[in-house]
Design a protein around this ligand. Structure first.
Ligand code: ATP
Length: 234
């Protein structure tokens, strides 16, 4: 059974339609990527899964219909979210920002903090630092770590490489690979950088103007010349 299954999802901001009949599925342990340009609807799609934006259509998690549930329910059900601009509390420390993600975790807080420190030793070293004084890469790590503090089954990661230097992108890619390989986590990432997405994801969905216009493995998508030119620089 798919861990997440989405059928015919539509989302509107007022009268403007941001998503049109989006359907996708993610299998347990799989990493998939949603690729698309600015304004394609990538963040809106993740916001819908997280219950932050109202939708029509259906979203199921492990077979349970979770459509229309509130964000707190989604977190308890096992969905973790690392949003695009991190949404950290800039004047709180790294540790306190991580603890914000643990409000549903109860007994697992110490265990999850240790796991986050193992994945990101730099966050352990800089526990007491305010996040406002950190680099973009470090803040991305805090954002991913905060999402992991709620013991998610599936992690939603919105444009993890935006504004980051290539070396830092490579570090983030390594961590995302470890989440899947070592923790068996299921991951959905969104990306404008299709080559980054390809390095992580087994399958991709191309989102254009709120529609899924193509889907498949990298090899399958590369057969489409136009698509390859637009997204993969081929
Ligand atoms: P980006 O890479 O720029 O974040 P995206 O693919 O994530 O792009 P979305 O942010 O989901 O795209 O935006 C999809 C569409 O919805 C765009 O046309 C955008 O202008 C519009 N939109 C997004 N958020 C809102 C909002 N809060 N109110 C009104 N329109 C919005």
């Amino acid at each position: 059974m798919s861990l997440i299954k989405i059928d015919d999802l539509c989302a509107f901001y007022g009268k403007a339609q941001a998503l049109s009949n989006v359907s996708l599925h993610v299998e347990p342990g799989e990493t998939i990527a949603i690729v698309g340009a600015n304004g394609a609807g990538k963040s809106t799609l993740l916001d819908c899964i997280m219950g932050l934006v109202k939708t029509t259509g259906q979203i199921t998690l492990d077979g349970e219909d979770i459509t229309g549930r509130k964000p707190g329910y989604m977190v308890r059900a096992g969905i973790g979210y690392a949003p695009e601009r991190f949404n950290l509390f800039p004047h709180m420390t790294v540790r306190d920002n991580l603890l914000v993600g643990a409000y549903t975790a109860r007994d697992d807080i110490d265990k999850n903090m240790e796991a986050v420190h193992r994945l990101f030793p730099r966050l352990a070293e800089r526990e007491a630092q305010e996040t406002s004084t950190q680099s973009g890469g470090e803040r991305q790590m805090v954002s991913l770590g905060r999402a992991l503090m709620s013991s998610p089954k599936i992690l939603l990661v919105d444009e993890p490489t935006i504004g980051l230097a290539p070396k830092v992108c490579a570090e983030i890619a390594e961590v995302l690979k470890r989440l899947s390989a070592e923790l068996g986590l299921t991951v959905i990432i969104t990306e404008q950088n299709a080559n980054f997405a390809l390095s992580l994801a087994s399958r991709l969905y191309v989102l254009e103007g709120g529609h899924v216009t193509a889907t498949g493995t990298a090899e399958e998508l590369a057969k489409d010349d136009q698509l390859a030119k637009s997204y993969f620089g081929a």
